[in-house]
Design a protein around this ligand. Structure first.
Ligand SMILES: Nc1ncnc2c1ncn2[C@@H]1O[C@H](COP(=O)(O)OP(=O)(O)OP(=O)(O)O)[C@@H](O)[C@H]1O
Ligand SMILES: [Mg+2]
Length: 518
């Protein structure tokens, strides 16, 4: 299991209270980490599990020196590291792929990958050629040579941004690699490729801490698992001793999860969304599909198939060359999100690491950002109504926040996502477009979100759900469109909605998995 045994990292009795953006402990609120004991052995992949807000990211921030514990000790290779000394952690060879977006959007891929490393500098200046070559080598390692090293990061789709973040961490040649939800934005074939790289690193003696909400991954790469709950370590156990995913869920949430999807078929009503021969770019094939009230329609396909682009055109974030979008029988003007919102469309975007939240505003204010506009059409919306609405969705989505007034920047990654979801769910839309609705969300809350979706459909809303999780598409959809190469490759219903069938259309029959063409 481990290369040569022996610990590389140990946390002893680590405690941390709620902290600010500089990592300084605030003298209020519940503890984020309480009496944490944790060890990482040489050459092992140690998986950290827990619900949103359990303390996973905070724990690894202590390991890499980004936040200073209030109490307890941190050892790297037997030597105690002085509190809050990230330089020392880095010098000890610790690299992190963090959960937050950490790239510079206006720099190129190559510049981002080389950032902060001196060997690619000549005489104090960035050696462009060496920088490019170093980046290209890292991308090749991840089988991602299709990403152009000269491209500005902000122009890349989310999955490619994620690969660049991973390439950047690998480029540092770490002995300890921390990966905080590295696969939440990747598709299956990209994940497999990443796992091959991780296994290779492990064989070379690199130790890894791996955080994920995709529980099946534990059995593919994990050696040991530590479960956190409310900032405490509940249990550390070798993966070989875990029976199955259900046993993992039980450890995480403390009880069994009886029904994940809550799926019920609802009476189908009028056409809510009609996409009629939409052509995004000259030369693209025309796209057509429809969603009726009461339906949950899945939009499947691999990254690069054109699903997010389609959603953005419908909502008016992007324009298109020709074709029509009708919502409840009325044609929407091109490229006008306000018109879409007024027509009752709610769009939960994929790129939630960077969109949709105002960090300095409170949970309640963030949640009511959209609905305020709608509610105020009927006059004044009072503080009380706003709070009541926010409270309802904080409860339904189990947002772990100290209070409704807490600033959103103090929430864990998954809880911030829940607030974005709540913001749109509470907006009274009648047609919802969800782009990867449960990405980065823990399994218990996932189930709550599925229940909310079914409730919406029951009340006559129409839902178009983009998802890269086959299980989610199969478990939730009344009908499925599969996209491939920017066109609709198949429309499936009833018994046709099965994982292998969807995959076959998404991949294109006998063809090998397609590379992201963007
Ligand atoms: N930047 C921050 N500043 C202050 N407090 C934070 C910050 N990030 C998280 N917290 C608090 O620490 C607690 C644990 O959050 P943490 O991010 O460690 O959870 P997590 O297990 O990584 O959750 P998720 O699965 O949602 O990413 C939360 O209650 C949160 O409010
Ligand atoms: Mg986290």
């Amino acid at each position: 299991m481990t290369a040569d045994g022996g610990e590389i990292i140990r946390l002893q009795g680590v405690c941390k209270g709620l902290y600010d953006l500089n990592g300084k402990t605030l003298n209020r609120g519940v503890p984020v980490l309480s009496d944490i004991n944790f060890s990482l052995e040489k050459g092992e992949i140690h998986v950290l599990l827990g619900e949103n807000g359990a303390g996973k990211s905070s724990l690894v921030k202590v390991v890499c020196g980004a936040i200073e514990p209030d109490r307890g000790r941190v050892f790297i290779e037997g030597g105690e590291i002085p509190a809050n000394d990230p330089q020392q952690a880095l010098a000890s060879g610790v690299a992190i792929v963090s959960q937050e977006f950490s790239l510079c959007p206006n720099l190129s891929v190559a510049e981002n990958i080389s950032l902060g490393r001196e060997e690619v500098r000549a005489g104090g200046f960035l050696d462009r050629k060496a920088t490019r070559a170093a980046a290209a080598a890292q991308l090749a390692r991840l089988e991602a040579s299709y990403i152009d090293p000269d491209r500005k990061v902000r122009h890349l789709p989310v999955a490619e941004q994620q690969l660049v973040e991973i390439a950047k961490a690998l480029a540092a040649g770490p002995r300890v690699l921390i990966l905080d939800e590295p696969t939440s934005a990747l598709t299956d074939n990209q994940v497999e490729m990443l796992f091959r790289v991780l296994r290779l690193l492990k064989a070379q003696g690199v130790s890894m801490i791996y955080i994920t909400h995709k529980l099946k991954e534990i059995f593919e790469v994990g050696d040991r698992v530590t479960v956190l709950r409310d900032g405490r370590t509940i249990r550390t156990i070798p993966v070989g001793e875990i029976a199955d995913v259900d046993a993992v869920i039980q450890m995480m949430i403390g009880s069994k999860l009886e029904n994940l999807f809550h799926k019920e078929s609802c009476p189908v009503g009028d056409v809510a969304l009609e996409v009629d021969n939409l052509v995004g770019q000259p030369g693209d094939p025309p796209l057509s599909l429809e969603v009726r009230r009461g339906e949950i329609v899945g939009l499947a396909g691999i990254v690069g198939a054109g699903r997010t682009e389609l959603a953005r055109m419908i909502f008016g974030v992007d324009g298109y060359v020709s074709g029509r979008v009708r919502v409840f029988g009325k044609e929407l003007p091109k490229g006008d999100p306000n018109a879409a919102i007024a027509a009752g469309v709610g769009f939960i975007p994929e790129d939630r690491k960077r969109q949709g939240l105002v960090p300095l505003m409170s949970v309640a204010e963030n949640m009511c950002h959209v609905s305020m506009r709608r509610l105020s059409e009927h006059g004044f919306i009072g503080v009380h109504k706003r709070r009541a609405l926010a409270a309802e969705y904080v409860g339904r989505l189990k947002v772990a926040a100290a209070s409704l007034g807490q600033e959103i920047r103090y929430l864990s990654g998954g809880n911030q996502q829940k607030v974005i979801l709540g913001k749109w769910l509470s907006a009274n839309a009648r047609l919802f477009i969800f782009d990867e609705p449960t990405r980065g969300i823990d399994v218990g809350t996932k189930s709550a979100i599925y229940r909310l979706m079914v409730d919406l459909a029951k009340r006559g809303a129409a839902i178009l759900m983009i998802s890269s999780e086959l299980q989610e598409i199969v478990g939730m959809s009344d009908r499925v469109y599969v996209m491939r190469g920017r066109r609709v490759a198949a429309a499936l219903a009833g018994g046709e909605i099965a994982g292998d069938n969807i995959l076959r259309y998404a991949m294109g029959g006998d063809e090998l998995p397609m590379r992201n063409a963007n």
